[in-house]
Write a protein that binds this ligand. Structure first.
Ligand SMILES: *[C@@H]1O[C@H](CO)[C@@H](O)[C@H](O)[C@H]1NC(C)=O
Ligand SMILES: *[C@@H]1O[C@H](CO)[C@@H](O)[C@H](O)[C@H]1NC(C)=O
Ligand SMILES: *[C@@H]1O[C@H](CO)[C@@H](O)[C@H](O)[C@H]1NC(C)=O
Ligand SMILES: *[C@@H]1O[C@H](CO)[C@@H](O)[C@H](O)[C@H]1NC(C)=O
Ligand SMILES: *[C@@H]1O[C@H](CO)[C@@H](O)[C@H](O)[C@H]1NC(C)=O
Ligand SMILES: *[C@@H]1O[C@H](CO)[C@@H](O)[C@H](O)[C@H]1NC(C)=O
Length: 252
C-alpha cells in the first residue's frame, strides 16, 4: 500500500512503494520515441538524457523544486506547459502505463522508475483536472501541509493500524482520505480539501489499486468552491524554507 504525505510541488512521497509491476513492454521504437519526448521535457529544465537514458530522478526533482522555491507559483504555469507538451508527445505510446516503461528508459533502479512514473501521474493531475485548484490554493496548502504535518502523518498511521487490526483496506483508505482532507479543509477551505483528496487518489492510482478499481474511494468535486482565503505572503518565506528542508529530507 502506497500513501502520500505531501501534496505540493510534486513532493509526493510514497511511504511503501508497491510499484505496479505488470506493465506492457515497450518495443525498441517506442522506447526511443519516449526518450526523445523526455529529452525535450528535460531540456526545459536545462537537463538532458545521459547516454540516451533518463538522468537521476532526484536531480530533476531538485532542479524543479529550486525553481519553484525561487519563483513561487509564478512558474507553475510554465511547469504545466512543459508537462502538457510531454503528455502530448508520449500520448501515442500506450506502453507508458507504469514504472516498467521507465526501467526500459534507463531509470537507475526500480525505485527511481517508480518515482518517474509517480511524477508523471501526479503531474497529470496537477496540470489538468487539479490545475485551477492548485493555482488558487498553492500557498495555503503548502503552508497547512507543513503546519499540520504531524496530524497528517497521524492520518496514515491510523490507516495502517486499522488495516493491521483487520479493518477493510478500502474503508481504512477512505478514512485516510477523509482525515487528510478534513485537516486541509479546516486550515484552508473546501476547494483545498477537495484538491488534496483528489491528488491523493490520483497518486494512489499510480499503483494497481483495487479500491479505486472497485470505485470504493471517493473525494468531493473540486468544482465546489467556497470563498478562498487570501494567501498569507508573510508565510511564503517559511513555506520555501519548509519545502527546501523537505526536499532535503526526502533526498537523504
Ligand atoms: C508482481 O506483483 C505480484 C502481485 O503483487 C507479485 O506476486 C509478483 O511477485 C510481482 N512480480 C515481480 C516480477 O515483481
Ligand atoms: C498482467 O499481465 C497478464 C498478461 O498480459 C494479464 O493477463 C494480467 O491480467 C495482468 N495483470 C494485471 C494485474 O494487470
Ligand atoms: C535554465 O537556464 C536559463 C538560462 O540560464 C534560466 O533562465 C532558467 O531559469 C533555467 N531553468 C531552470 C528550470 O532552472
Ligand atoms: C536507486 O538509485 C538511486 C540513484 O543512484 C540511489 O540513490 C538509490 O539508493 C537507489 N535505490 C535502491 C533501492 O537501490
Ligand atoms: C488497533 O487495535 C489495538 C489493540 O486492540 C488498539 O489499541 C488500537 O486502538 C486499534 N487501533 C485502531 C486504529 O483501531
Ligand atoms: C485510475 O486509473 C484508471 C486507469 O488508467 C482510470 O480509468 C481512472 O480514471 C483513474 N482514477 C483516478 C481517480 O485517477
Amino acid at each position: 500500500m502506497c500513501f502520500f504525505k505531501l501534496l505540493i510541488g510534486l513532493l509526493a512521497t510514497c511511504a511503501v512503494v508497491s510499484a505496479q509491476n505488470n506493465t506492457t513492454i515497450c518495443d525498441t521504437n517506442s522506447v526511443s520515441a519516449l526518450l526523445s519526448c523526455y529529452n525535450t521535457y528535460l531540456n526545459g529544465y536545462n537537463m538532458s538524457l545521459i547516454n540516451n537514458a533518463l538522468p537521476d530522478y532526484w536531480d530533476f526533482h531538485t532542479i524543479r523544486m529550486n525553481w519553484l522555491e525561487q519563483n513561487g507559483i509564478h512558474v507553475q504555469p510554465n511547469i504545466c506547459i512543459m508537462f502538457r507538451n510531454l503528455q502530448k508527445c508520449v500520448q501515442p505510446y500506450s506502453c507508458l502505463n507504469g514504472a516498467g516503461a521507465y526501467t526500459q528508459m534507463g531509470a537507475y533502479n526500480s525505485t527511481e522508475a517508480f518515482d518517474w512514473w509517480l511524477d508523471f501521474v501526479v503531474s497529470q493531475f496537477q496540470c489538468n483536472a487539479g490545475y485551477n485548484a492548485l493555482m488558487q490554493e498553492f500557498y495555503c496548502i503548502s503552508f497547512c501541509g507543513s503546519y499540520h504535518e504531524a496530524a497528517l502523518d497521524a492520518c496514515s498511521d491510523q490507516m495502517h493500524q486499522q488495516i493491521a487490526n483487520g479493518t477493510d483496506v478500502c474503508v481504512a483508505t477512505q478514512g485516510f482520505l477523509d482525515c487528510h482532507k478534513n485537516i486541509i479543509t479546516g486550515c484552508c477551505d473546501n476547494l483545498a480539501g477537495a484538491y488534496d483528496c483528489n491528488l491523493q487518489l490520483a497518486a494512489m492510482n499510480a499503483t494497481v489499486n483495487p479500491c479505486i478499481n472497485m470505485g470504493k474511494l471517493t473525494c468531493p468535486s473540486m468544482a465546489v468552491k467556497l470563498p478562498n482565503k487570501q494567501p498569507n505572503f508573510d508565510a511564503i518565506t517559511k513555506i520555501r524554507e519548509n519545502l527546501a528542508l523537505r526536499a532535503e529530507l526526502i533526498h537523504n
